[in-house]
Design a protein around this ligand. Structure first.
Ligand code: ADP
Ligand code: MG
Length: 241
């Protein structure tokens, strides 16, 4: 069987500066992959490439058999992205924001209304459904962003550093949401600097280093301490020798 996500010899450079250098990565349906690596290692770049928001300089990206960038429309239909930009309207309520985006996805009004009630409950925002987005805390905003990313019922969810800026309570709520998505059978890819969470929540960790995958293993035999040691070893500068 072919993997759900196939990345072969992916190259991405900005102004001749290579960020990804012939990166290879296959992801199977139902995996929860934690994408690790220092700042600037290319995590966000890879996430943007996977959903067709950025074009590679070379290499192949296939999602569900569809090829990027040629079939970006079909790829985006399978992907929900939760990045740092909330992409929501301050002066609309949670429900209105989701209705607006459901129109962009051409979801019929009645179906959208029912789906939105369901999604708001899933992310714990039922009570705030009619509050304006600008009154939301960072954690609530992010949960609304997750509801938005789930509107079209995508198989794949991409999260770019979702724990950044969340307090302990909001982080714990996010833990539960991510676990739920994984249990539902969705494929989750999450960039993070939170090694203990990566070891605990994800089924597999991938560490980016020098533009390629420097380490890739299932989390079954990894605890937070072991992962921290592996991370340091994988990302430490060899040029210091
Ligand atoms: P990470 O998410 O792992 O911190 P990024 O993917 O954001 O890393 O960035 C990888 C490298 O690419 C960095 O050196 C960054 O400065 C560079 N970069 C990212 N986006 C752009 C861009 N739009 N233009 C120029 N350089 C960029
Ligand atoms: Mg980033």
């Amino acid at each position: 069987m072919t993997p759900l996500i196939e990345v072969q010899s992916l190259v991405k450079s900005y102004d001749l500066l290579p960020v990804l250098r012939k990166l290879n990565l296959n992801i199977e349906r139902g995996e929860f992959v934690a994408l690790l690596g220092p700042n600037g290692s290319g995590k966000s770049t890879l996430i943007r490439l996977l959903c067709g928001l950025s074009r590679p300089n070379a290499g192949v990206i296939r999602v569900g058999g569809w090829e990027l960038p040629r079939e970006a429309y079909a790829v985006r239909a399978q992907i929900g992205l939760v990045s740092h930009k909330p992409l929501l309207y301050e002066n609309l309520s949670a429900r209105e924001n989701l209705l607006f985006f459901s129109r962009l996805y051409n979801i019929p009004r009645q179906k959208a209304e029912a789906r939105i009630v369901e999604l708001l409950a899933q992310v714990g925002l039922s009570k705030r459904a009619d509050s304006l987005m600008r009154t939301f805390s960072r954690g609530m905003l992010q949960r609304l962003t997750i509801a938005r990313a789930l509107l079209h019922n995508p198989d794949i969810l991409l999260f770019d550093e979702p724990y950044t800026g969340l307090d302990q309570d909001a982080s714990a709520v996010l833990d539960g949401l991510l676990r739920g998505l994984y249990t539902e059978g969705r494929t989750v890819i999450m960039s993070t600097h939170d090694l203990p969470r990566a070891a605990e929540l994800a089924s597999r960790v991938v560490i980016l280093s020098r533009g390629v995958v420097g380490y890739d293993a299932p989390t079954t035999e990894l605890d937070a301490l072991r992962l921290a040691a592996i991370y340091t070893e994988t990302t430490s500068m060899t040029s210091a020798r």
